[in-house]
Each structure stands twice: as structure tokens, then as C-alpha cells.
Design a protein around this ligand. Sequence first.
Ligand SMILES: [Zn+2]
Length: 115
Amino acid sequence: MKADIHPKYYPNARAVCSCGATWTTGSTLPEIRTDVCSTCHPYYTGEQRIVDTAGQVERFMKRLERRQSESARRELEMQIRREAEEAGRKARARGGSAEAASAEVYARYAKAGQG
Ligand SMILES: [Zn+2]
């Protein structure tokens, strides 16, 4: 072995996993920190589990939820607008006030939204 070109070797380096498992190994680092190991990796456990160290899955689910509730709200708005227009058309056909009929639809949804 050539002198002064090799890093220090630790024959009893400590490996620590985020799952809590620890073991001893040989390494050029005195301590190794890891996110997954053979104790907790789905391949070894046979468990269907998403390894999510950076909270990526949670962030994605939050984003998805927000998008879904937004599109649901937009959908409801469209529906209310359609109904209000329809009510207005019918009222006008009967010779009544289209505006009053539309306002009635909006008021009904506003009340439902509070309850
Ligand atoms: Zn582990």
C-alpha cells in the first residue's frame, strides 16, 4: 500500500438508519447515516410502503387535495350560474323578472352554503 494516499479506515464504523436500526461495518467514515436499510426497505419487508424521507408524498397529496377542492368549487359555481340563467329564462318566458328569478337561485345556494 502506498503511503499517505489512502483515507483513514474505520473497521468498526457505526451505521445508523432513520428507522432506528444500527450495525457495524467497515468504512472510511466513522459514522454513516442512511434513510433506508435492509430492516426497513419495502423490498426486504415485503410491505407496500412508500419511502418518503423528504415529505414529497405529503406535499403531492396536499397539492392534489387543493386542486380537487378548487375544481369542485369551480364546478359548483358553474352549476349555480347555469341554474340562475335557466331560472331567468323561464321567468322571462312567463313574463316575470329574470333578474329576480336568478337572484332567488343565488340566494338559495348562499343559504345552503351557510348551513
Ligand atoms: Zn432502516
